[in-house]
Write a protein that binds this ligand. Structure first.
Ligand SMILES: [Cu+2]
Length: 341
């Protein structure tokens, strides 16, 4: 109802603005003034407005960064996350520095060189030196950024001296995640959507010997400091497994297998003790307390980052990073495919 009222109000406002413009045009016609002639006053007003707009843009940028930076993600909890953050910081640093050099000049010049009576613009045709500088400088900066980005990506995929990764399947469907651990043989048994039947909700081939010790769970536990190779499958549409705290994301595509690898470096218990995280949780719980809601406890999350349908927003699963002993204990309490299907 409020939405409808707002739409009506907006419509009436647009209508009123159109009518005011019409009256203005008619009044100009009545007083025999030509509205298309730009006067000295028009130029002065536009110039001052440009300056005002430029200053507001810079002030609002500083204000937004200041107000919203507490909402940024905490430090990365994966080994490669530091490199991804460094790449992001350097790229953003370059963009922000350029922004603060170019924008003030742009708006100040629009003001300084606004149209004035009796003043003529300089006719300046061409300057090879300038053309050369503003082509070469961005080209070199972009080339460095691209090479740096590709090197980072290659390091993320092929870290040095890495031990054998633990294989974990993450299965996506509207609107939930299911996890399959590869068991003692560290090999996932075959699976196919055509085999989905009854309790076999992710279509594991129960005749494949490799699938006997696989473990299907609705929780994602990971051991600290061990490389994990995730294998992603999707049942229905494209989903995207997004683990922001680990700076990891990979699409899950029906009919294909995709994968991503990372090593968790901070347990759930440890990250809850991080001062940045404590401050975040404090702010969230202040709002929740005032609204009379349950208090929130910080958790790593696996989220879906592709708009995959009506309940996409709620397609998430807590992700627990724990010590190897705790992880082994938890895993030993879960049922294997042989016991459950
Ligand atoms: Cu999804």
């Amino acid at each position: 109802m409020t939405g409808l009222l707002l739409a009506i109000v907006l419509f009436l406002l647009i209508l009123a603005a159109a009518q005011i413009m019409r009256i203005y045009e008619l009044s100009l016609k009545a007083s025999n003034k030509k509205e298309y002639i730009v006067t000295h006053r028009n130029n002065s007003n536009q110039g001052r407005l440009m300056l005002l707009f430029g200053i507001s843009l810079l002030v609002s940028f500083v204000w937004m960064v200041n107000a919203w930076s507490p909402l940024f993600l905490p430090k990365p909890s994966s080994a490669h996350g530091l490199e991804i953050d460094m790449l992001w910081d350097i790229s953003m640093g370059l963009i922000v520095v350029t922004f603060f050099i170019v924008q003030p000049i742009l708006f100040f010049f629009a003001y300084k060189y606004r149209g004035k009576e009796g003043q003529k613009a300089t006719y300046y045709e061409h300057n090879n030196k300038l053309e050369f500088i503003w082509t070469i400088v961005p080209a070199v900066v972009l080339a460095v950024l691209i090479v740096y980005g590709m090197t980072t990506w290659s390091n993320v995929w092929n870290p040095d001296n890495e031990e054998e990764p633990l294989i974990v399947e993450v299965y996506a469907q509207q609107f939930k995640w299911t996890v399959r651990y590869s068991g003692t043989d560290n090999t996932l048994g075959n699976a196919n959507v055509r085999l989905i039947k009854g309790v076999n909700v992710i279509g594991v081939d129960t005749l494949d010997p490799a699938s006997q010790d696989d473990i299907i769970t609705s929780e994602l536990h990971l051991p600290l400091g061990k490389p994990i190779k995730f294998v992603f499958r999707a049942q229905d549409v494209i989903h995207s497994a997004y683990m922001p705290h680990f700076r990891a994301q990979m699409n899950c595509v029906p009919g294909a297998q995709t994968s991503f690898k990372f090593t968790p470096t901070i347990t759930t218990e440890e990250i809850r003790m991080d001062p940045d995280v404590i401050a975040k949780v404090g702010r969230i719980n202040k709002i929740r307390r005032e609204a009379g809601k349950d208090l929130y406890e910080y958790d790593y999350l696996l989220l879906c980052n592709k708009v995959c349908g009506s309940a996409h927003y709620n397609m998430q699963m807590p992700l627990i990073v724990e010590t190897e002993a705790e992880y082994a204990q938890w895993l030993s309490e879960q049922k294997t495919v042989k016991e459950s299907i």
